[in-house]
Design a protein around this ligand. Sequence first.
Ligand code: 57M
Length: 303
Amino acid sequence: MFQSGPREHTPESHKKKKNVPTMGGIFVLSTVIISCFLWGNLSKLNLWIGILSLLLFGIIGLIDDLNKINKKKGISAKTKFILQLFFAFLIVLLMLYSGLSTNISFPFFKNFQPDLGLFFIFWAMFIIVGCSNAVNLTDGLDGLAIGSLISNFVTFSIIAFLAGHIKLASYLNIPYTGSSELVILGSALIGASFGFLWYNSYPAQIFMGDVGSLSLGACLASMALMTKQEILLIISGGLFVLETMSVIIQVFSFKFTGKRMFKMAPIHHHFELIGWPESKITTRFCIISIILSLLALITLKIR
Ligand code: 57M
């Protein structure tokens, strides 16, 4: 497999990781896609949209990973972002073609479901690109990204089941989205993620690479959108939000005050630099992810 070594100024503990192979996300994606073809109802467009999210964002990650390995530098952030926007636009168009409504549903407020109309396209693109990059930023410690993804895949597999069942959706006052086939996708993602975590747990024998982080993040966002619960993604994916916010705060704080808010961003590096062992950071961050996922599910009952 290929090696992608850490960058300059990387925390000391990461220097010894330069020989860990990356792009393990290729195994995750192929396992998920094969499982969907084996067990999924391929007449369901939303299953294809989930698979397409994995493939399109996986292609971006694959190109970036290969460039990092062969040319020691990934594709430019601008090219990566333009590709992400374009692929997200295609995915959202397919979602609308499949009959997805442009309304947004909020936790706790069952009767407040504003229709965004055409603006929904930009909103959905923001969710997909934002989640994809947030997972990418989070993927900086052994087991951290995949561990927090698993709790989110469980959450949105349960939501896909509930929103795909007319009586249960009506009982919970959530939009019926006919998303039961996404339970197959979610289950495949959970299984493949556990398989990857077996080798990515500390000390990691393999990293997922951008091919894994970008694609799994985009697929999670697509599941949230196709079950009409993307706002819940902000709760259950709160760790990804925290990691991204830590970078934004760090960059703006340094830009406007010349001082860093954190010893290093994303925030998992800050805890490393204050002396927390890597596996303790991962375990505690995954506990937070599990709690946030449970909170997101509990809001379905409080409406
Ligand atoms: C994704 N990639 C890891 C691995 C993984 C703007 C800035 C915040 C960008 C950010 C960045 O470059 N993010 C890219 C993070 C890298 O992991 C590879 O990348 C894939 C995921 N995309 O699958 O192939 C390193 O992370 C470690 N790692 C593990 N275990 C894993 O399971 O230990 C990854 C997975 C791996 C390995 O060391 O090599 C990464 O960190 O690059 N930049 C950063 O995150 C950098 N932060 C920073 O510069 N902060 C600044 C400003 C910009 C906010 C500041 O605080 O002032 C940090 N990352 C590195 N060095 N490597 C710190 C500097």
